[in-house]
Design a protein around this ligand. Structure first.
Ligand code: SF4
Length: 70
């Protein structure tokens, strides 16, 4: 059994820095106001590193990542 990740992003805490979209464009996007939206809450393994980088780099910690069995 491999381990997947589950991503959540709190648009209410997002300050529209766009860093997550820059770091993981396959997983994060922005709505018309620039707030974060999720394209893929369970991204495949090739995007995991970018997601962790995006979560660590978010200035307001609006992005949460959890491990989950897949
Ligand atoms: S990195 Fe954080 S603050 Fe910046 S757009 Fe993404 S969720 Fe919003």
């Amino acid at each position: 059994m491999s381990t997947g990740i589950r991503v959540t992003a709190d648009a209410g805490r997002c300050v529209v820095s766009s860093l997550c979209v820059y770091r993981a464009p396959a997983v994060f996007d922005q709505d018309d106001d620039g707030h974060v939206t999720l394209l893929d809450p369970r991204p495949p393994v090739e995007h995991h590193e970018a997601v962790w980088r995006a979560a660590r780099g978010c200035p307001t910690r609006a992005i949460q990542v959890e491990f989950e069995p897949s």
